[in-house]
Ligand binder design. Structure first.
Ligand SMILES: [Zn+2]
Ligand SMILES: [Zn+2]
Length: 529
C-alpha cells in the first residue's frame, strides 16, 4: 500500500521528466516507476525539477531549455533569463512563462539562508499532500514559522501524530522531496526527524502520539517567547500532566487564562493585544482592485482577467493599467485610456463580475498625477503609485506622496514604500506615519501589495496603519491571470499585522464597497471646496 501510493505520487514527476503530456498513460509497474524516477533524477539537475513544480507549467519549457538549448547549469539559465527579461520588458517578449521562470529561479532557493513564504508554502503543500497518503498518520499540521505565516523561513517544521512511529518514520524518509540522509533526535517526549529539502532548506518532522498532538501543535508553533509568556501564567505548562490533559489547542490558552491567540500574531506577544474578532482570511476577500491587462504591460486581456476573477468567486475587480510616465511598462496615453474605459463598459455586458474602469496613475516627481483631472473624474477607481525616480531623499519623497494624496483624487495608494524583498530597484525612504496621516485626511485607502518579492506594506506598517485608522485594501497587482492567485500572500501579511475583515475595504460586498468608495470621494470633494 505504502509503496504504491508513493509510486502514484511519482508518476506525475516521471511523466513530466519524460515529456509525456495530457492523458497519455505511463504503463509501468510501481518498481519501474521508482527506478525510472531515480535514473531521471540523476540525469536531470534537481533545480530543473523544481521549475516543473513551482512554475506549475508542466515540463515543456524546462525540458526544451535543457534538451534543445543545452541549458544544463544554473548559471546558463540565469544568463538566458537575463536576456529574456530584457526582451520581455522591451516589448519583444512573449507569454511563454519566462518571466515566471525568472521569479521562480529567484525564489525557489533560500536567500541569505532563508526561504521566502511563497516557496515555503509551495513546498509545504507538496509535503502535506504526500503525508496525507500515509495510512499510519492520524493528524498532520505545519508548525513553527510556516504556521505563523511568516515572510521568511529558516526551516520547515511539521507535526505528525501516529500510533506507529516506526512505520511513519520510514514513510517520511522515503518522501521524494528530500535529499537522502536524515538524523533522528529525541527532544523530550518528541521524536524529531531532521532532513534536508531539495531546495536546501532543513525540514523537521516532529512525531508524537495522538494524545500529545493538541499540546504540541501549540508548543511547536511557538515562538519561544510566546510559550514563555504562557508558562509564566500557567506554571504547569509543558509538564506531562498538562500535556495529556489538553484535548484541543485552545485549552492551552484557557488554562493560562488568556484569549486564544491565532498563530500569525503569536510573535507579537500576548500583552500587545489580540484584535477583537478573528483575523482576516483569503475567503473574506470579495474583489481585487489593482490588475493590469494587455492594454499596458499585462499579458492577458480584460475579459480573460474578468473570467478568472469570476471563477475565484470575486464580485468586483479594478482594471488599472499604467499611465504614460511609466513608459517602460507600456503606460497608455490619455486617448487610449478613454478608449479603454469604453472597452471595459462593453466587456461588462459579457461577465457577471463588476468591472471597475480604473488606472494606476504615476505620481510624478513633483507630486502631481500623470493624468488630467477630466480623465481621472471619469474613472471608477484611481490607484496612484510611484515607479520612478526613486532617488529622491526621504523628505522629498514623503512630500511628493502627500501632495498626490492632497489632490483629493486618489482612491488607493499602491505599493507605498517601494520596498522589495529581493531583486528589483532599491526602495526609497519615506515617512509612512506622515503618509498615513494624509491618507486618513483624504479618505484614501492604502494597499497591501501581494507581489511575492515585495514586502509592501510590511506587516509592521500595516499594523501601524490600522492603529492610525487608515483603511487598507489587499491587491495582487497581477499582470496575468496566474498572478491573481497571489492574494493569499497579502492576506498573510494582513494576518501578521492583526487585521480583521473590518480593516480591509475589499472584504465588502460590491454594493457596500461601492457606496463606501463614493462616500469617500464626496468627503474629499467637500474638504477641498
Ligand atoms: Zn505599480
Ligand atoms: Zn501595478
Amino acid at each position: 500500500m505504502l509503496e504504491s501510493n508513493l509510486a502514484d505520487l511519482l508518476k506525475g514527476k516521471v511523466k513530466a521528466m519524460l515529456g509525456i503530456t495530457g492523458t497519455e498513460k505511463l504503463s509501468s509497474t510501481s518498481d519501474d516507476i521508482w527506478s525510472t524516477y531515480f535514473t531521471l533524477r540523476r540525469e536531470f539537475p534537481d533545480w530543473l525539477e523544481e521549475f516543473y513544480e513551482m512554475a506549475g507549467m508542466g515540463a515543456q519549457i524546462p525540458r526544451k531549455l535543457y534538451l534543445k538549448l543545452g541549458i544544463n547549469t544554473r548559471s546558463k539559465l540565469v544568463d538566458l533569463l537575463r536576456e529574456s527579461e530584457y526582451r520581455l520588458y522591451s516589448g519583444a517578449g512573449d507569454s511563454s512563462g519566462k518571466d515566471q521562470l525568472r521569479r521562480v529561479l529567484l525564489m525557489s532557493r533560500p536567500i541569505n539562508g532563508k526561504l521566502i513564504l511563497m516557496a515555503a508554502r509551495y513546498y509545504a503543500e507538496k509535503i502535506k499532500q504526500a503525508m496525507l497518503l500515509c495510512q499510519s498518520v492520524t493528524q498532520f499540521s505545519e508548525v513553527g514559522s510556516l504556521r505563523r505565516e511568516e515572510l521568511w523561513h529558516d526551516d520547515l517544521d511539521f507535526l505528525v501524530a501516529t500510533q506507529e512511529p516506526d512505520r511513519t518514520t520510514t514513510w517520511i524518509k522515503n518522501l521524494p522531496f528530500l535529499y537522502s540522509g536524515s538524523k533522528v533526535r529525541r527532544r523530550g517526549r518528541v521524536k524529531q526527524l531532521q532532513l534536508i529539502h531539495y531546495s536546501g532548506v532543513p525540514i523537521h518532522f516532529y512525531i508524537v502520539s495522538p494524545a500529545e498532538y493538541p499540546f504540541y501543535l501549540q508548543f511547536l508553533t511557538g515562538p519561544k517567547e510566546h510559550n514563555e509568556e504562557l508558562q509564566a501564567r500557567c506554571p504547569d505548562y509543558g509538564s506531562e500532566r498538562f500535556i495529556t490533559k489538553i484535548s484541543e489547542e485552545r485549552e492551552v490558552y484557557e488554562r493560562a487564562g488568556v484569549a486564544y491567540v491565532e498563530p500569525p500574531i503569536r510573535a507579537r506577544g500576548i500583552e500587545a493585544g489580540v484584535p477583537t474578532g478573528r483575523l482576516i482570511t483569503r475567503e473574506d476577500i470579495k474583489g481585487d482592485l489593482h490588475l493590469h491587462s494587455n492594454w499596458s504591460d499585462g499579458l492577458d486581456g480584460v475579459l480573460q482577467m474578468a473570467e478568472q476573477g469570476q471563477s475565484m468567486g470575486y464580485q468586483y475587480m479594478g482594471v488599472c493599467d499604467h499611465s504614460p510616465l511609466h513608459a517602460s511598462a507600456g503606460g497608455i496615453s490619455h486617448d487610449k485610456l478613454e478608449e479603454q474605459i469604453e472597452f471595459i463598459r462593453k466587456c461588462q455586458n459579457k461577465v457577471r463580475i463588476r468591472l471597475l474602469a480604473g488606472c494606476e496613475v504615476d505620481i510624478r516627481e513633483d507630486g502631481s498625477l500623470d493624468r488630467p483631472l477630466s480623465l481621472l473624474e471619469k474613472l471608477d477607481l484611481v490607484v496612484a503609485s510611484i515607479h520612478y525616480p526613486y532617488s529622491q531623499d526621504k523628505e522629498t519623497i514623503t512630500k511628493r506622496i502627500i501632495r498626490a494624496l492632497d489632490t483629493g483624487l486618489v482612491d488607493i495608494l499602491a505599493h507605498p514604500t517601494g520596498k522589495k524583498s529581493f531583486g528589483g530597484p532599491p526602495s526609497y525612504h519615506v515617512d509612512m506615519e506622515a503618509v498615513f496621516k494624509a491618507a486618513v485626511r483624504n479618505e484614501t485607502a492604502v494597499e497591501i501589495n501581494c507581489f511575492p518579492d515585495r514586502d509592501d506594506l510590511s506587516a509592521e506598517l500595516a499594523s501601524l496603519a490600522r492603529k492610525m485608522q487608515v483603511k487598507l485594501v489587499i491587491n495582487t497587482d497581477a499582470h496575468h491571470r496566474g498572478q491573481m492567485d497571489f492574494m493569499w500572500l497579502g492576506v498573510s501579511t494582513a494576518r501578521r499585522a492583526g487585521l480583521t475583515s473590518n480593516d480591509v475595504l475589499n472584504t465588502r460586498d460590491f454594493e457596500s464597497f461601492w457606496v463606501e468608495l463614493k462616500k469617500r470621494r464626496l468627503k474629499r470633494h467637500h474638504r477641498l471646496e
